[in-house]
Design a protein around this ligand. Structure first.
Ligand SMILES: *Cc1c(COP(=O)(O)O)cnc(C)c1O
Length: 452
């Protein structure tokens, strides 16, 4: 049975269920698997003929052996992955993996839907309840609210800043109902975050069983391994590709960590391109070996990647034998040489992001939104520096649907991208949300009144 250790190394390893329901380790570190299961190349070849949810089952069961029944897990992956995972051929052997067909049209659906169902399973077995409390500046809140929507044993409260969330983003949360409550605050995102943090440390609210379901949960990391295997297996079908290069637009580094784990599990990833926006603390770290976070983070077009200190970086450092705590302090340097052999780090400016949206459309009729454009620009930069190999398999990840960014696409390309089915009809659905002032007292009494 694989246990999960904390990257801060100050707590004993715990079973998956505990890591999942806790989220953060008691020493504030992130949970990592003690051993990484290896998938043989024969098994990877078999993935070519499997559906996405079957591969999701096969990859996760190797981490969860002895901790969940195989058929329960199969039900979970089947219900979590009931949407398409398209691969778009661009030119030569270069492709874009579109992770934007889930209910909120962002790649966060992949992780959130699986985590939600795993939590529901363990809570049902234990007759426990949980209240997920999360603050959002846009995408995370809707992915979480949608993932937990309608599940048993779990309620969800999402706080958002009234002025900082687009109306489309807001409607993705406020048109749900059932076990999901949404609160708009006349405040900034940081104020919303502060209220959530205070609630977590308030003993009067212990009875609620609060959990954050945030991006560092191990239950979100494991599902993010799957699409790397899936895309390789799909594209290799009938070909002899023996390696792949991925480019990943990165913010908090959860997506990229999924890929790094896939590599350790045996997926032949030749190089990993980590593409950041102007928040370039990682590419600098990779080059110099010195880590300095960017505080406050820089506001870029690819807003979900405006992260001045990626929380999952401590997991990457752990994978390379180092120790980085939650503040970014490195107490043991990872193997930088090996990291540089495996990873190409690149920072893409907003000007380049816009130019790449225009270029990709003009040259290849490839429609990208700002996050995917950073990924594609990273791939182009790599090819420029290292040289192009027309036969090499390259896959760049698109993490959101272009229709989520109508203003930017309109300004650059002169048209409005068509809505994916998941976002259709949102405009006419009835919204329901509460408004509160930003005092903690008001928020606390809201929680106590609505959840007795
Ligand atoms: C969250 C997000 C990212 C960044 O993913 P990380 O796992 O935080 O690196 C990139 N693109 C979009 C659209 C996102 O929502």
């Amino acid at each position: 049975m694989i246990k999960f250790y904390s990257t801060n190394l100050k707590t004993a390893p715990v079973p998956f269920e505990e890591a999942l329901l806790k989220g953060l380790a008691p020493d504030k570190g992130l949970f990592m698997p003690e051993t990484i299961p290896v998938i043989s190349s024969r098994d990877i070849s078999a993935f070519s003929d499997m559906e996405y949810h079957e591969i999701a089952w096969d990859v996760s069961r190797r981490f969860l052996r002895g901790q969940i029944d195989n058929d329960v897990l199969a039900k979970i992956t089947r219900s979590a992955y009931n949407y398409d995972v398209p691969l778009e051929h661009v030119f030569e052997n270069k492709h874009v993996l579109r992770l934007d067909q889930g209910p909120t049209a962002s790649f966060k659906d992949f992780a959130a839907r699986m985590m939600a169902r795993l939590m529901q399973h363990y809570l049902t077995v234990e007759h426990r309840k949980l209240l997920i409390l999360t603050a959002t500046s846009g995408d995370t809140g809707s992915a979480i609210a949608n993932a937990y929507y309608g599940l048993d044993h779990i309620n969800v409260v999402v706080l958002f800043p009234l002025d900082e969330v687009s109306s489309r983003q807001r409607k993705q949360m406020t048109t749900l109902g059932k076990n999901v409550r949404i609160i708009g605050l006349d405040a900034k995102f940081d104020d919303c975050q502060a209220l959530v943090k205070e609630a977590f440390t308030d003993p009067d609210l212990d009875y609620l069983g609060l959990s954050s379901a945030n991006s560092i949960n191990i239950g979100r990391l494991i599902p993010q391994i799957v699409y790397y295997f899936y895309s390789f297996a799909q594209l290799r079908k009938g070909n002899s590709d023996d390696s792949v290069i991925f480019s990943v637009p990165s913010g908090n580094f959860g997506d990229m960590m999924g890929g790094m784990l896939a590599r350790r599990m045996g997926l032949p990833i030749d190089k990993f391109i980590i593409a950041c926006n102007e928040n370039d603390e990682f590419p600098k770290f990779l080059n110099t070996g010195n880590y300095a976070k960017i505080d406050p983070s820089i506001n870029c077009l690819s807003s979900a990647m405006n992260v001045g200190h990626p929380s999952n970086l401590s997991r990457l450092v752990a994978l390379y034998g180092g120790v980085m705590d939650e503040t970014g302090h490195v107490s043991k340097q990872p193997d930088m040489e090996q990291m540089r052999r495996d990873i190409f780090g690149v920072s893409v400016t907003d000007a380049e992001t816009k130019a790449m949206i225009a270029e990709a459309w003009a040259k290849h009729e490839l429609l990208l939104e700002p996050h995917g454009s950073v990924g594609w620009a990273g791939l182009c930069r790599y090819i420029e520096e290292v040289g192009n190999d027309p036969d090499q398999l390259y896959i760049s990840l698109e993490t959101a649907h272009p229709a989520k960014f109508p203003e930017q696409i309109q300004a650059i390309l002169g048209f409005d991208p068509a809505l994916p089915p998941s976002l259709e009809g949102l405009e006419v659905k009835e919204e329901q949300y509460d408004k509160l002032d930003s005092s903690y007292a008001a928020f606390k009494s809201y929680l106590q009144t609505n959840y007795e």
